[in-house]
Structures are given as C-alpha cells and as structure tokens.
Ligand binder design. Structure first.
Ligand code: PGA
Length: 248
C-alpha cells in the first residue's frame, strides 16, 4: 500500500507505473478505468509518453465498463470520457481501444463478446481500478458473486446518485451497465487500485480492515498476488493503526 498526500502524487505514481509498463512492453494490454480518480493519471501519462517518446502503436486498452444505452459518442458515455482523456491525446486508434458497447442490441451477447475479447488479447497486464463509495470495482456492486466474468448489472440507487453529478438529472443516469466481472479483474496480471478523498474512507476501511466477502466486492483483491493500493490519507483515515501496521 502506498499512502500519498493527495491527488497530485496519486496521479504521479500511478501514471509512472503505466508509463514504465508501456516502456518495457510496448504491446502491453492496459486495463483502464473511468471516473474522477484516474483523470490525473491519464493527464500525467500522456505527458510522460510524449516526453519519453514512447511507442503506443502496439498498445491495447480494455476498459472496465460502460452504461447501457449510451452510444460511444454520447457525451456521458465512458467511451466519450476515454476518447477525451486518453485516446485522442495519444492518437490511439479504434482498433486498439476497447469498451463494452452499451448500445449493443443484445447486452448479454455483448458481455460474452467482451469477455472473449479479453481472453483473445492474451489477458490484461495491468488493471487500473477506482473504488465506489459502496465498495464496487468496475460496476460490480455489493453482492456480486466473485465468480462473475463480464456481465450485465443493475446499478444500485447509491451508484446512480453518486454518478448523477456527471449527468444533467438523476433520471438521465442509466439503470444498467456492462462490466468486467470480478474473475475477469482478478485474472489481470497486476492490479492497481486508486482511492482519494474522504468519501472513499468507508469503502477503503472495509477493503483493508474487513473480511473478504461479496458484500465488499473489492475485498477479494487481497487474494491477488500482485495488488497495489495507492491512496491518500483521507481515504485511509478509517483504518485502525494495528491493521495498517500489518498490511504489506
Ligand atoms: P470516481 O469513481 O473515481 O469517480 O470516484 C470510482 C468508481 O466508482 O469506481
């Protein structure tokens, strides 16, 4: 676990991990996340890639999730977020970048296609994760079986309310999404979870100090052989000192 002072260092360290991977393995498969947390990561990653003149032509990116019903050019889609924050600045092509298609005619078939795609790409080298206030990873809400692969989910009222800040009105937030499952995430060769701010305190306390159980979806990551948390002091403030001291 790496404790940082705030967002700036969080973005710096996480972008450095990604940049080093791109440098070492130009054909890496990056598992990426959307949300407020990784915005700085992407900003800094773009700078590092440009400054170091790293080759991105052979990279593949695979994102965690997408809302139902939003086409890739819908401004609130995760496609649009990724295009704006990473793909366009880096000049990544459509063939290199993947998200589930939220506007696919059959969401269940799309989930299966997406899971196959992850396998066909040879698996994910590094999966970047945020964490929801309710402890979700991707859109795997509390109660999601740990055995899931990419699947269709009903978003909880809490997730819709939290994400309403990106939409004009709560009613505009889709009720369902496609997300990589917990097993899909656990199969990534390396997992890096980012958390910052007070609003992540409860989720981080449950992840670190709590038992591994499906009500706390992120808790399974404690079983991953290469799992790193980068979090700021506010997000870690609820963790008892003895638990902190024993964490690797
Ligand atoms: P956030 O979302 O980065 O916008 O807080 C994280 C998440 O819900 O996984």
């Amino acid at each position: 676990m790496i404790e940082v002072d705030g967002k700036e260092t969080l973005g710096e360290l996480s972008s450095e991990m990604l940049a080093e991977l791109v440098e070492k393995k130009p054909d890496a498969v990056l598992g990426l996340a959307t949300g407020s947390t990784p915005e700085d990561t992407y900003k800094k990653l773009i700078k590092k890639i440009n400054t170091r003149k790293l080759d991105t032509s052979r990279l593949t990116t695979i994102n965690l999730d997408e809302y139902e019903g939003l086409s890739p050019d819908h401004p609130m889609s995760y496609h649009a977020f990724m295009k704006e924050h990473l793909y366009q600045p880096l000049g990544l092509s459509e063939a290199q970048t993947h998200l589930p298609k939220g506007d696919a005619p059959d969401l269940y078939e799309e989930a299966e296609r997406y899971e196959r795609l992850i396998q066909e790409c040879g698996g994910i080298d590094l999966q970047l994760l945020g964490i929801g206030e309710n402890g979700h990873i991707g859109f795997n809400e509390p109660g999601t079986p740990f055995t899931t692969r990419t699947h269709v989910v009903d978003l909880t009222a809490n997730t819709r309310e939290v994400n309403a800040r990106f939409f004009d009105r709560l009613e505009d937030v889709p009720h369902r999404a496609i997300t990589m499952g917990i097993t899909s995430i656990m199969e990534a060769r390396k997992v890096v979870l980012l958390a910052n701010g007070d609003r992540k305190k409860d989720a981080m306390t449950r992840l670190i100090a709590g038992a591994i159980n499906e009500e706390a979806p992120a808790s399974i990551l404690k079983k991953h052989p290469d799992f790193t948390i980068i979090a700021d002091k506010a997000a870690l403030a609820g963790i008892p000192a003895d638990v902190r001291a024993n964490w690797g």
